[in-house]
Ligand binder design. Structure first.
Ligand code: BG6
Length: 286
């Protein structure tokens, strides 16, 4: 482990998980190499951007509910029976490659996931995650196909955002965009900004747009910009699904929304032999 930062405190907690507490002039963040997972990002005014469930597991082998899980090398259910939802990346310890202070005051963390940590049919893949904490939070996930055969990859930076109440929010940036409704399997057109008053589980298609999360009870807006992604998932489980999920409080659907930077559905990536692909996001408060 190469830790060369005056701004990062490393600790172990919660069943042997390793945590990186990052402090810069403009923000703080909490990150673990378990899943290359960002758990908290607070801006200069100490506004917490992310949401983590009170009921979340912090247990090796189980995903953390909240923050920014990495769904990889597939998004959603596997086509193979008995494989975990949203892939393996979020339930594996990534290697810590680098933790360093950048000249501009930002802090960079790099984690890697070797193919040998994955089940045999995914071992031709590997990944690196670069996280930069500064005025904004930047994440860049690079996936490598180390084999001579082409592969299909779906993935997500599955961001959970903290909201005052789901009734107070709107999401802009996806107007006039077609979405696949995962609840009924049909496609619809999003005519206006998004508001939520029921279960929502949608893949917005053919969009590279920045989304803005506006919360009428907050003094700032959140911007989620992305690259390498032409699909965006918006998810809130609402009442019944919240009750079914053991690691999600019954009332917690009020206080979160997922706006996920993805390669999903028609945006699946074909990784040619010995090639790589990059998906990235940048989250800022305005
Ligand atoms: C979203 C999916 O990305 O993740 C939802 O669109 C799913 O269908 C949600 O319920 C949470 O998934 P998981 O595996 O973390 O419970």
């Amino acid at each position: 482990m190469n830790i060369q930062s005056k701004n990062v405190i490393v600790s172990f907690d919660k069943g042997d998980m390793q945590f990186f507490e990052v402090k810069t002039a403009n923000s703080t963040a909490l990150i673990t190499n378990y899943g290359a997972h960002v758990l908290s990002f607070k801006d200069a005014q100490n506004h917490e951007v992310l949401w983590v469930s009170e009921e979340s597991y912090f247990e090796k082998g189980k995903p953390i509910r909240g923050g920014i899980p990495v769904c990889w090398p597939y998004f959603g259910a596997s086509i193979v029976a008995n494989e975990p939802a949203h892939g393996y990346a979020r339930i594996i310890d990534w290697e810590v490659e680098e933790v360093c202070d950048l000249a501009n005051g930002e802090v960079k963390l790099v984690f890697s996931l070797r193919g040998s940590k994955l089940p045999v049919n995914y071992q031709m893949l590997s990944a690196t995650m670069e996280i930069i904490v500064g005025k904004t939070l930047k994440m860049k996930l690079t996936s490598y196909n180390n084999s001579t055969k082409e592969l299909k990859l779906t993935q997500a930076l599955h961001s959970y955002f903290n909201v005052s109440d789901i009734a107070n929010i709107k999401v802009t940036g996806l107007e006039n965009t077609t979405y696949f409704n995962s609840l009924d399997g049909s496609e619809y057109l999003q005519n206006s900004e998004i508001t939520i008053n029921e279960e929502v589980d949608r893949v917005y298609l053919n969009t590279d747009k920045t989304c803005t999360l506006v919360d009428s009870a907050k003094t700032y807006k959140l911007e989620i910009a992305k690259s390498g992604s032409l699909s965006t998932v918006v998810w809130n489980p609402w009442i019944a699904k919240a009750q079914r999920m053991v690691d999600f409080g019954d009332e917690e659907y009020h206080n979160m929304i997922c706006i996920e930077t993805t390669n999903a559905k028609s945006d699946a990536r074909i990784l040619m032999a010995n090639s790589n692909t990059v998906i990235a996001l940048e989250i800022s408060t305005k």
